[in-house]
Design a protein around this ligand. Sequence first.
Ligand SMILES: [Zn+2]
Length: 449
Amino acid sequence: MLLTARYVLPVSGPHIENGAVLVRGAEIAAVGDADALKAAHPDEEVRDYGHAALMPGFIDLHTHLEFSAMRGLVDDVPYSQWKIQLMDLESRFDSQDWEDASLLGAMEAVESGITTLADITESGASARSAAKAGLRGFIYREVSTMDKARVPEVMAAADEDIAEWRELRGDGRLEIGIAPHSTYTCHPELFQSVADYAVRGNIPVSMHVAGSRDEYDFVKYGSSRLAVEFRDRYGTGDIGWLPTGVGPVRYILQWGLMDVPNMLAVHCTQVDDADVEVLAGNDVAIAHCPRCNAKLGMGMAPLGQFLHAGIRVGIGTDSPASNNTMDMFDEMRIGLLLQRAVAGHEQFFIARQFVKLATLDAARALRIDDRVGSLEPGKQADIIAVDMSHSHQIPAMYPYSTLVHTANQENVLFTMVAGEVLYERGEWLTLDTERAAARAEEMRVRLRS
Ligand SMILES: [Zn+2]
């Protein structure tokens, strides 16, 4: 199959005008000039996307697909308040709700040009929906307990789920990892067990780290809303907690979590220079979630400092319960503008850097950049087409920056993973989307009542 469009943005190199990508089976066979590739392969089926950009699919480094039906349910409150209110509502979900909500999330991901996601789930609904949709992903089994005595049973249950979820797809699109939820929901012994487990089995780990000032204050001083209100609601109010005197990054360092082979820390807004050194020294990757961090008042991650220290960083949307949409264009644009607003001309990011953060750099963060993240021969055919024909997008002078400054998720025309078309101009080829949308509406009515 030969995909053609006005622009090809390989990410690994400059854009190609009137370009094409030749797909053979699951892989990219060639990238180049459309006329030349058509002449060389006259019998190939051609799909033309017109005034659009062909680019690698987005790699969303932080999602919770199963929270998609909670979109906008708790809006306009700061992080800990949001967390507490959401937790109260979660209890009204049954297992079928989690499944259907995650299908809605998978539907949005596919429609928004996300081809790989790093998702944290306890129920496994995200794993099943990602598998059904045909998405590539790292699905992390969430674990949490503040009760030391419960650590063995929590780990045993996770181990069982991880083995089961590994069977969901036999084609290597899904990798299963483990995710200790956070500093304020996990006993240190759980961190140690997760670290041992991940090192032993070479299992990827993801964790929310240093995401809010309340989390920082909880770990360092034993104070904030997370120390009192949250713990009472969460049922851990009677389990002792002493201030540790250090911030979240150095706290988890003590428990071996950074010794694991493939660690992805999420948020990292509350970090100082020494923390950045620790993260870099331990080769921890970071999921930077600029829009969620801003929306919930979680703070601003020092992106320039991360990159300067050589940390592998990519972009994550977080769940629709916190961020409302899984729109990687919004994420790139707002992320870029926030950096420019704060850093000024000192460290002036350009649009193309953010396209790379959302694709190739994110692949590096997951250690899968040998397979995905850019349009190059031999890589997996994870490709999207983004419409750039609208009046607010033409003329496009520099397609990488046009993409960041003018496009949105609804401009995605086509999504392909490993050579399989998942979405094409308003049609989902792998998912029953009517049911997912209808069930989301039902859940909303119940959650409101
Ligand atoms: Zn999260």
